[in-house]
Design a binder for this molecule. Structure first.
Ligand code: ADP
Ligand code: MG
Length: 695
């Protein structure tokens, strides 16, 4: 990439965005596309043909030879199948062709993507269909067209379809509420999302020598290094030249792809960093975050680095998460979670807040399942990430407002007056005071909520589908009630007070890392689903299934299918980790320490013959040999337990959690003890201090 670049020209230069469409389409086709995007109308084939032709011309001018329907199957990563534009015209010559039909719909042999039994129930193939609300872009000579992925009977096989459904439904219900407040302008309510992405960068050569990192994305072994993150010198510290070069390259690539990468800084752990884009609509944010993760890996590779997106690549230092900043905005530019400056705006704000509080309380278990993965289990509740208990942090000012509404008493602030909803204005909610609590899983940060439990490698789709749908449900209930009211102001007051009173238990403004909170949460009756194995069954709890079916986000079979995929995924991750561990113990660690112990014995022997003291050699050899025997036995147990993995997915998940994980913890403890005792030249892989402090 050029070093002297003009940012406004670079930004979005590889995106077939609205501006480009305006330039290259006839006014009629541009108008039809715009209407399709803002009002959900469908496009006719002649418009699609024109858009396809313009897209192809634009892409070919920029050097593209192929196009792909770019989609997000349930694997959590993106999938693409490239077709070239070429079409034979006789005489051995070709033309570059791309039709509206090819743009709008593609076929895909879906049989190798996880479908959780949906395909067996319905039929074998899947198709992809253009999502005109997300812009096409160019990636390495290929025109990428964001698409949904469905089975022929219309069942969602991907992470985009239900997200789009949830966005529509949330908008529909939110508009009902806005109309009650006299808003006649808003035509669409948009979920706005800004995902902050954490990651590690390590040296490629060292990575290549760690089988565990290559196979599982995390280290399965590794003793604590002499220095970890205790000096706190990495967080926001000066960025090292090699990392800075990576970040510059990353930014430029992302900007050209229209991703508004905004902030970058070092994170808490050594070698850990973060990137945050400027927020956008949830659908685009989700597509772009997938792209961000892909680009991070590729750009790292160009710099002889490896980007680790796993939630917990290293034990004993902080893992990586993703903060999902989420708010609702109108197409007229208003943020519905911004406390307003007039009584009416504030009443509306409090009603949306009440909906959120009620929804998070009622569906805390489901929200927990949306972040439940084997990788994320290593961070949630571990003093570095939010606990597994879900609660909402409101900050002191807003909390005082909620308290006074519940009590019907006076504020504790200086003004000392009773708040009458719809009549009075709220006291100023200062943004800086809401942002101090970093331990809350769901924090109000001035004009948005920050859902902080997401794992760094996961798609943000699932959590946002949940937030949108939960919001739709609560807003629907409120609208059903208030639309019938003959005394809107009075009933609004009562409803808000009732809801805050019934759901106050989910609000917690203290330290989420404190053990006392977990006990307190239990007294409050909040759910504490400690691991993915504990949490995932809630995915198909009847009340949760009912929620998604009622709002048309999933049919029952779709949600069941998704549940099965998540369970299978958990089991597969654990199986791969256990197998990798066994492999490394048998083929790398035990042979290495055996050689070390034997060499020590040989040296002790020759020293003894010369009458030289050799306690060091003998004691070390004995220590190493003893632990090696322990490790051999632990490895045997792990291997035999792995053999006995039950067949049923749910039983297998439980078994992995209850049996394989403890086996792995035991084996790791011995292996790490061996690492501490073994001379560096014998240890078969780079250790933590090398991995974490090499870049
Ligand atoms: P931090 O969490 O590090 O203090 P910010 O709060 O400034 O940083 O922003 C974090 C992320 O939240 C960014 O991606 C930002 O664009 C996004 N964000 C800011 N305002 C909103 C909003 N109203 N809705 C959704 N996301 C937002
Ligand atoms: Mg944040």
């Amino acid at each position: 990439m050029e070093t002297t670049l003009h940012l406004p020209e670079l930004f979005g230069s590889r995106v077939f965005n609205e501006e480009t469409m305006k330039e290259r389409l006839s006014p009629a086709s541009y108008g039809a596309w715009k209407k399709c995007v803002t009002e959900g109308t469908s496009l006719d084939i002649s418009t699609a043909n024109e858009i396809a032709e313009a897209m192809k011309q634009w892409a070919v001018e920029k050097g593209a030879t192929h196009f792909t329907h770019w989609f997000q199957p349930m694997t959590g990563v993106t999938a693409e199948k490239h077709d070239s534009f070429i079409s034979p015209v006789g005489g051995g010559r070709i033309m570059m062709e791309f039709s509206g039909k090819e743009l709008v719909r593609g076929e895909s042999d879906a049989s190798s993507f996880p479908s959780g039994g949906l395909r067996a129930t319905f039929e074998a193939r899947g198709y992809t269909a253009w999502d005109p609300t997300s812009f096409a872009f160019l990636k390495e000579g290929t025109l990428c067209i964001p698409t949904i992925f469905c089975s022929y009977s219309g069942h969602a096989l991907d992470k985009k379809t239900p997200l789009l459904r949830s966005l529509d439904e949330m908008s529909r219900q939110a508009i009902r509420i806005l109309r009650l407040f006299g808003d006649t302008q808003t035509r669409r309510v948009i979920a706005q999302v800004g995902p902050e992405q954490e990651y590690f960068l390590i040296d490629k050569q060292l990575y290549a020598r760690r089988k565990d990192l290559r196979m599982t994305g995390r280290t399965l072994f590794g003793a604590k290094p002499p220095r970890g993150q205790e000096l706190d010198d990495h967080y926001y510290g000066a960025i090292k030249p090699r990392v800075a070069a990576f970040m510059k390259d990353l930014d430029e690539t992302l900007w050209s792809l229209g991703v508004p990468s905004k902030t970058k800084h070092n994170e808490v752990a050594p070698s850990q960093h973060e990137m945050a884009p400027i927020y956008t609509d949830a659908n685009t944010a989700c597509d772009q975050n997938q792209l961000v993760m892909e680009v991070m890996k590729k750009v790292a590779d160009h710099h002889d680095l490896v980007c680790l997106l796993h939630e917990k690549p290293f034990a004993g230092v902080n893992g990586s998460g993703k903060h999902d900043n989420w708010s609702l905005g109108t197409d007229t530019g208003k943020n519905l979670f911004r406390p307003g400056s007039t009584p009416s705006q504030n009443a509306q704000f409090l009603l949306f807040l009440a909906a959120f509080v009620k929804g998070v309380d009622e569906y805390q278990d489901f929200l927990r399942t949306t972040v439940a993965t084997a990788g994320n289990d290593h961070r949630l509740g571990a003093q570095e990430a939010p606990p597994a208990v879900i609660s909402i942090f409101l900050g002191d000012e807003l909390n005082a407002v909620v308290e006074s509404i519940i009590q019907g008493t006076e504020y504790t602030d200086a003004s000392k007056k009773t708040l009458e909803i719809g009549v009075d204005v709220l006291p100023a909610i200062r943004q800086d005071t809401t942002d101090r609590n970093r331990t809350s899983p769901m924090a109000f940060t001035g004009n948005k909520f920050e859902f902080r439990m997401l794992g760094s490698s996961q798609s943000i789709s699932g959590p946002n589908i949940a937030l949108n749908t939960i919001m739709a449900e609560e807003l629907k209930q409120f609208a059903d009630e208030l639309e019938q009211s003959t005394d809107f102001q009075g009933d609004l007051q009562k409803l808000i007070r009732r809801v805050f009173t019934q759901h106050q238990r989910i609000i917690f403004n203290g330290n989420g890392y404190d053990g006392a909170w977990i006990a307190e949460a239990e007294r409050r009756g909040l759910s504490n689903l400690k691991s993915a194995a504990d949490a995932l069954p809630a995915y198909v709890a009847p009340k949760n299934v009912e929620l998604f079916v009622k709002h048309g986000i999933y049919i029952k079979e779709e949600i069941q299918a998704r549940y099965e995929i998540h369970v299978e995924n958990y089991v597969n991750v654990l199986k791969i980790e256990a197998s990798t561990m066994i492999d490394m113990i048998r083929h790398d660690i035990l042979p290495a320490v055996s050689r070390y112990a034997a060499d020590l014995c040989t040296r002790a022997d020759s020293k003894k013959r010369m009458d030289v003291p050799c306690a060091y050699e003998i004691n070390t050899a004995k220590g190493v040999a003893k632990i090696a025997d322990d490790l051999m036995e632990q490895c045997r147990i792990l291997a035999s337990d792995l053999e006995e993995l039950p067949a049923g997915p749910e039983t297998a998940m439980r078994y992995c959690h209850d049996t394989l994980l403890p086996d792995m913890v035991n084996a790791r403890a011995s292996a790490d003890a061996l690492e501490v005792l073994t001379a560096a030249e014998y240890w078969p892989m780079p250790v933590y201090s090398q991995l974490l402090f090499s870049v």
